[in-house]
Design a binder for this molecule. Sequence first.
Ligand SMILES: [Zn+2]
Length: 126
Amino acid sequence: MTPIQIDSMIDKICGMYPTTPVPRNGMKALWREDALLLSIDVKQGREVMVLVEKNNTIPSLPEIKTMVRTIMKGTVGSVPPCTVCNGTGWDDGLRIEDGIVVHDLYTVVDVRGKVCTTVIRCECMK
Ligand SMILES: [Zn+2]
């Protein structure tokens, strides 16, 4: 998330617990510089908000980071690796059909006219 998205997340959290006094600006200054919060995407941010709702109080930065790690674990565990690239994000053309390895290499011709095998960005990463 961007620092602005983190700010808006904090506004939402404070909105959930309007009776809790909180030094909102100090909280923003701290949270928007946190590498873990900056590294997650908006979708993960939304999942974290569900945990914040269940928390029944405004979480501290260490608490919110624990929540981020919880949802990250959930995401990794529930998505099986892509069968094309084995989760690497790069497709080398290797396919297994009926137990037989079918290797359709991707090739490119380099500047000197030499044919090289290559990998392509896997569909799952697009
Ligand atoms: Zn893939």
